[in-house]
Write a protein that binds this ligand. Structure first.
Ligand code: ATP
Length: 237
């Protein structure tokens, strides 16, 4: 794994007549877990869609590993997990992952590793329609891990998970980052922020902060990232 850095310059996205992303500039380094945090509707998904190249961009540039986002050569180097799990209801966990492995041309020997990585080995033979929401999103994550992508873009992967699973998944994100993968994770839960190496705080389509969690706390004098967020909002408004 080599990791793919993301570079975004003055990005503008309009969705449904609204400025979903409003002049955002930042980079996502390789080998780290970068968190994109902000309230519901602030533009996180729109921004992630730009990185994977499925969003019409109004202005600005997005490059991944120095290549314009959306280029065909990036396709099998990026794993993307959306908020809506893309899983076949009538197939088991293993059948789902096996199916996508075939589609992606990934060896079948990878299937078990990816299922284990998301802690679903005990549910391997369970039909997807009988899985919980959190389990379903982990099947999508297992699919995204197939082929060991250099960049993982994960849109709120821990929604609905219990604290133990959340902790385990964050552990997995860090192990992947340590192995060189660029991990870009969104969340609207501020207490997850402290688990990131680096934080991007977003509100109403704009970037409010780009810093390591400890630096953010120090510069705002806040006790938690949630307080830091509120402090910054009060300062800019
Ligand atoms: N399919 C769509 N059509 C039109 N407008 C949309 C669409 N999806 C999102 N928007 C608008 O774009 C803006 C940003 O939404 P986006 O989904 O990027 O936010 P988000 O931070 O990911 O929210 P959440 O945490 O709730 O998923 C919102 O104002 C939303 O109303």
């Amino acid at each position: 794994m080599t990791g793919l850095a993301v570079e975004i310059r003055d990005l503008h996205v309009v969705r449904g007549g609204r400025r979903a992303v409003d002049g955002v500039t930042f980079t996502v380094p390789t080998g780290q877990v970068t968190g994109l945090l902000g309230p519901s509707g602030c533009g996180k998904t729109s921004l992630m869609r730009c990185i994977v190249g499925v969003q019409v961009v109004e202005g600005g540039t997005v490059s991944v590993g120095g290549i314009p986002a959306g280029a065909a050569e990036l396709r099998d180097r990026i794993g993307y997990v959306t908020q809506a799990p893309s899983v076949y209801d009538d197939l088991t966990v293993e059948e789902n992952v096996r199916f996508f492995a075939r589609v992606l041309g990934v060896p079948a020997s990878e299937v078990g590793r990816c299922i284990e990585a998301v802690d679903l080995a005990d549910h391997r033979t369970q039909v997807a329609s009988r899985l919980s929401g959190g389990q379903l999103s982990r099947v999508s994550l297992a699919v995204a891990l197939l082929g060991s992508p250099d960049l993982l873009v994960l849109d709120e992967p821990t929604v609905g998970l219990d604290p133990v699973l959340r902790r385990d998944l964050w552990g997995l994100f860090h192990r992947l980052a340590d192995a060189g993968t660029t991990v870009f994770v969104s969340s609207h839960v501020m207490d997850e922020a402290e688990r990131c190496d680096r934080l991007l705080l977003m509100r109403q389509g704009r970037l409010l902060a780009d810093a390591a969690p400890a630096d953010l706390l120090e510069s705002t004098g806040a006790r938690s990232v949630e307080h830091a967020f509120l402090t910054i909002v009060d300062t800019v408004s």
